[in-house]
Design a protein around this ligand. Structure first.
Ligand code: ADP
Length: 473
């Protein structure tokens, strides 16, 4: 089972905190012990020096008796909670006061002060097995007339010193545990502010998987999460409109396929049941043929759109003479134009104008625009085809003196299946896909297309193309 993010965060943090705590506890305790031992050794040494120069000196210069010396040292021993030995330079133990129950020798065998203390003036351990537990032992020499007569040694049980460091370490650990507790609560609160928006996004994402793209995420969250939420909102809106478009697209196709099929079926049925007499067959077969043409055109247009719009559609870019393409198109439209008494005027830029584009696709663009121009032109008018170049771009303009496009339809003409009401009566064969194909092709070339139109006066479509290198040179 997957763990919740907050538990993972909290477990991770607690693991880190406990490990750090253990490390600090162990490390600080050992460092504190060492530091305290050293400090205590210095303090004890100072005491030993003071006892040596005072009572030790007086004892070895015979101004006080052994009993007086013991009395004086007794006070210090109980104050320091330690054992104090006065040892002569030959190893004879001259005085002992103690707070411990350790046995004290009368004389120290093989006495050599230079090897007795490991760390110079102090030693930690059982002091050459004179004690049964660990002690901190220090010594200071007693000098009379520049001669070392003996030594004052102070032995303090190590556990006394460690008790102090343990207390300090306990305080440190309690402080750290307090910090861990407070920071865990802080982590929980912060985690809540991060996890709440994530949970909300998960809920909404679940809705998306059920094809419900309506829910939007509105939340106050840190920058990164807000960005994620905005992106999800944008994505869902797009998917939602895409779904809508898909529905509209299918209903449009069905409608556009159904009407020619209905009339084809109707006329055939009428011929079969004799409603249409044989002498009128030719007229109705012509209508059926036209309707079949329309279905073919619709299918071809849709295939074109699909091909151009697909992500991996590739343009076959070559250097082509756009003047020639325009001329060829004008020639192919000659018959249609003649039928309507339309004349074509060509204004071409130079003898040739080379552009870098996909030949077949640009031919289709010009053909679609010309086809519309002829369809929507009034009889006995002129269609002007013009090529020009400016700022490294070639421009192609197709201008008619036709019915024009109503202002409120201008921005819709690029939409799939759109036909303005004005055109519906005049153009029964139109599929409403011609300009969508034009726009897709021009966009695939990274170029632009614009239209200017006035109802009852005419329309002009202008699109741009990249000039070929040879023209730029
Ligand atoms: P169709 O195949 O129906 O012509 P298009 O996508 O080519 O579809 O055009 C969409 C609509 O734009 C047309 O139905 C018409 O209303 C309008 N239109 C396009 N070109 C012209 C034009 N030259 N003059 C007037 N209206 C036009």
């Amino acid at each position: 089972m997957k763990q919740k993010l907050i538990y993972i965060l909290l477990t991770g943090y607690l693991l880190f905190a406990l490990l750090s705590f253990g490390l600090v506890h162990y490390y600080s305790a050992s460092r504190m012990n060492q530091a305290m031992e050293k400090n205590e050794a210095e303090d004890l040494y100072a005491e030993a020096v003071s006892l040596a120069t005072n009572y030790g000196y007086r004892f070895y210069s015979n101004t006080i008796t052994k009993e007086s010396l013991t009395d004086y040292l007794d006070v210090y021993a109980s104050f320091l909670n330690a054992d104090i030995w006065v040892v002569s330079s030959e190893g004879q133990v001259d005085a002992v006061v103690k707070s411990s129950h350790a046995l004290t020798p009368r004389a120290m065998e093989g006495f050599d002060i230079t090897t007795m203390f490991d760390s110079g003036y102090y030693e930690i351990g059982t002091f050459h097995s004179y004690f049964t537990e660990d002690y901190l032992s220090v010594y200071a020499p007693v000098t009379v007339n520049y001669k070392v007569m003996g030594y004052v040694m102070i032995h303090e049980p190590l556990k006394n010193i460690h008790e102090d460091s343990l207390e300090a370490s306990d305080i440190l650990c309690q402080t750290i545990l307090g910090i861990i507790a407070v920071s865990s609560v802080t982590l929980l609160i912060t985690g809540f502010f991060i996890i709440k928006p994530i949970n909300r996004m998960c809920d909404v994402a679940k809705e998306y998987t059920n094809d419900n793209f309506k829910p939007q995420i509105h939340l106050k969250a840190p920058e990164e999460l807000s960005f994620l939420a905005d992106t999800m909102n944008y994505m869902s809106t797009k998917l939602d409109t895409h779904e809508d478009e898909q529905r509209k697209f299918i209903s449009n196709i069905s409608h556009d396929f159904r009407s020619p099929l209905t009339s084809i079926r109707g006329y055939i049925q009428a011929m079969l049941d004799g409603t249409i007499p044989p002498e009128l067959y030719e007229k109705y077969l012509l209508i059926i043929s036209n309707e079949a043409d329309r279905l073919t055109k619709l299918t071809n247009n849709m295939l074109d759109l699909n091909r151009i719009g697909s992500r991996d559609a590739k343009l076959e870019l070559t250097d082509l003479d756009i003047n020639r393409v325009v001329l060829e198109c004008a020639q192919s439209m000659e018959v249609q134009c003649k039928e309507k008494g339309i004349s074509i005027s060509l204004i071409l830029c130079g003898d040739s104008l080379f552009v870098h584009a996909d030949y077949l696709k640009i031919q289709q663009v010009i053909y679609n625009l010309m086809d519309n121009a002829v369809k929507f032109s009034r009889p006995d008018t002129t269609i002007t085809l013009e090529t020009s170049c400016k700022n490294e771009k070639a421009y192609v303009s197709i201008k008619d003196q036709g019915i024009g496009i109503p202002k409120d339809s201008l921005e819709n003409i690029w939409t799939r299946f759109y036909k303005s009401d004005l055109s519906r009566g005049k153009d029964k064969k139109g599929t409403g896909l011609g300009l969508s194909i034009v726009k897709e092709i021009i966009q695939a070339h990274d170029e632009t297309i614009h239209v200017t139109s006035t109802e009852g006066v005419g329309s002009e479509f202008v699109f741009s193309l990249q000039l070929a290198e040879r023209e730029l040179e």
